[in-house]
Design a binder for this molecule. Structure first.
Ligand code: SAM
Length: 327
């Protein structure tokens, strides 16, 4: 029988103990499934105060919230902070997140064989950090972003902004020369989105995914922060986007990888921006919950003050995978 629809809360406790703890909790728990010896998944529809109550029952053992990207779209973006829903971080996101290195963008543009006036779409455009780089190169840019708050925070009016997703873009068949997803494709469902992206691309069109990753090993403050995160939020890990992207991109037969690139760069920022950077981190925020997240931010703030840091250089490694539309 198919699982009931709902969000998933993965808890570090066996299924029978979870069921015991949930006795008398009537707010939207639809199913409890075993997920290994000491782990279970609660499928639920609890939101707001009820969700907080549900999470509180497992605060001592640790829990992890998962949600398919489309679920939060169906519910709208207004309820409590969930993975992939950047509503609450949109402002920090716009102010703090780094842009992408020009040298890499130039290489990607050459791989995509696009020039001024060509139609280019960005999926998961957020507040427009990458969109701006496309507009500056005079492409005819469509920015697709499902989150209202992110679109409101964007200030790249020369792009056409649409409310859509990787899975359902709303674009015409074969209308785009290049499709890009910066810091976003890990939210997509590859099985649904790759055929959709192929559909909107012209024959021979390119799809590029890229991520800016902090180079923790190259910076004392980043390694210190990573350590602090491990202490405050031990259930957090960043492996969620370290996937075999070539395998993922080629998994549906719609694309063939043509280039994998990586460029290192350094972003100079103020102490305040460094703090904003962490505030804009949806996944860490969501997994930590408000109490642990506030404690972490406080410790980072105190550390920067003790070290008398005013400005800092944050090293990144930006990595991309470009795949050509097949057939
Ligand atoms: C980390 S932000 C990246 C924003 C921007 N591309 C950048 O480089 O700063 C990820 C964005 O993907 C969006 N997103 C999440 N699920 C999505 C989906 N299924 N389809 C399209 N966008 C999605 C989120 O709303 C968010 O704005």
């Amino acid at each position: 029988m198919a699982d009931p629809k709902g969000n998933k809360l993965l808890v570090n406790l066996g299924a029978s103990q979870v069921r015991c703890r949930l006795k008398g909790f009537g707010h939207g728990v639809r199913k409890v499934q075993s997920a290994g010896r000491h782990r279970a998944v609660i499928i639920h529809t609890a939101i707001g105060r009820h969700l907080q109550e549900l999470e509180a029952r497992f605060a001592d053992v640790g829990f992890f919230t998962t949600e398919s990207p489309l679920d939060h779209l169906e519910k709208g973006s207004g309820d409590s902070m969930r993975l992939g829903d950047f509503s609450k971080q949109a402002d920090s996101y716009r102010r703090a997140r780094p842009t992408y290195p020009d040298t890499l963008v130039e290489l990607l543009v050459a791989d995509a064989r696009v020039g001024p006036g060509d139609p280019v779409v960005e999926f998961g455009a957020g507040t427009g950090i990458f969109t701006r780089l496309l507009v500056e190169r005079k492409f005819r840019v469509t920015a697709i972003e499902p989150n209202d708050q992110m679109r409101i925070q964007s200030d790249v009016p020369d792009a056409r902004w649409l409310n859509g997703t990787f899975e359902v873009s709303g674009l015409e068949n074969a209308s785009q020369r290049w499709a890009v997803a910066a810091q976003a494709f890990h939210w997509a469902d590859p099985q649904q989105s790759l055929p959709e992206i192929r559909r909107v691309l012209q024959p021979d069109g390119l799809f590029t995914v890229l991520w800016n990753d902090r180079a923790n090993e190259k910076s004392e403050i980043l390694s210190w922060t990573e350590n602090a995160i491990r202490r405050h939020v031990p259930d957090y890990d960043e492996a969620y986007r370290n996937r075999e992207w070539q395998v993922v991109l080629e998994s549906t037969g719609d694309f063939t990888l043509v280039a994998h690139r990586a460029v290192s760069h350094v972003v100079r920022m103020s102490k305040q921006r460094y703090l904003e950077l962490w505030k804009s981190h949806n996944r860490l925020n969501t997994i930590a919950g408000p109490v642990r997240f506030a404690a972490l931010l406080l410790e980072i703030t105190e550390h920067l003050e003790q070290q008398q840091v005013e400005d800092l250089e944050v090293p990144y490694r930006c990595e991309s995978w470009s795949a050509r539309r097949r057939g």
